[in-house]
Design a protein around this ligand. Sequence first.
Ligand code: HAM
Length: 417
Amino acid sequence: MTAPKGTFDILPPDSARFLAVRDTLTARLRRAGYGYIEAPAFENTEVFSRGVGESTDVVSKEMYTFTDRGGRSLTLRPELTAGLMRAFIEHRLYDGALPVKIWSVGSAFRYERPQAGRYRHFTQVDCEALGVDDPALDAEVVALGVQGFRDLGLTDFELLLTSLGDATCRPQYRELLVGYLTKLDLDEETRRRAEINPLRVLDDKRPEVQAQLDDAPLMVDHLSDSTKAHYDAVRQHLTDLGVTWTEAPRLVRGLDYYTKTTFEFVHHGLGAQSAIGGGGRYDGLSAALGGPDLSGIGYAVGVDRTLLAVQAEGLDIGTASAVQAFVVPLGAEAKRLAVRLVGQLREDGVAADTVYGDRGLKGAMKAADRSGATHVVIVGDRDLAEGVAQLKDMRTGEQTTVPIGDLFPTVRAAVGP
Ligand code: HAM
């Protein structure tokens, strides 16, 4: 049997790198005072159809929707934001101090055509700041995303930034764009797409379409005074925070809830699936899900793609050995001592391991080597009779004889903190 199409297992040692990427990204959010929310991996389908938007590919083509045994329509989350907003509304988190700053991490599911960096099951680290419409908060959130990537040591990435306007200026702009698009030579399907969401046509990668879009009106040129002032302030704060960006007036996101500040992080070492994260402000989402008319801003980072980016830059992350000390017992008596010593070391916070099964000296030393331990304790029955064991530093090859009574503190000190 194999894993379902578009999914994969992450096995040791790669899984250590996956965890390191995930944990580095979330550590940044925890340090910034964001609170963790654990939300279900599936929601009532309407959370996404109303939240993410019926016209998006994510909702119309990519959702894993099923009817449960009680006749409810449920959907495996294609992203985390809508579910977190549902939780925010359900538990009236808006009754407390605003903004409510939250983060989460977990699986997301999209029925997409699998390719490198695009999977049907993937992991997102998600950050949201809810309830306050302040450009300084936009800048904080964007900067957190940038800093997460920097914490990993990534440098070859770019922040694409734009403003998508809001309910006061987007409808007029939309009309303008539709007017422009109707005059173009487009195929039937593209026309239909233009009717549902004309902005998406701007993102069409086909050269014959792009060639006709040179003079297309852009949202950033038609922002209302207040959304323009908001965008200017966001950029000012980002400059103050030392964040650089590229203006991306044609940036189109795959989810419908965005308003005003909208952004994507792209990595240059990844080929077609270059977006390692993305997000923006979504001032209508709470109301769309039946909550109060409150704003929000956030982003999600794709852990799987970020791991590919880390590998593309050749960064050495999560490769430190999981085991510090390895005990090789030779004989039944030594085995007891080995099990006890490993237990003691683990109790004291040292990553320790030993061999199981009848391996013999050669097999056991191979296991010790493979474990990556810096220190190996070898306990033979003859040594034991003399009350000693051998401690080998695998980095230098140096071997010392240690009295059994001193073994634990000696190993403890040798492996370091
Ligand atoms: P998104 O751009 O759809 O935004 O996804 C965020 C990131 O998840 C992408 O940049 C990518 O790294 C990763 N990702 C998406 N689809 C796949 C896939 N099929 N395979 C692998 N990785 C994938 C959101 O999901 C929004 N909820 C972000 C947000 C939070 N906006 C506001 N708050």
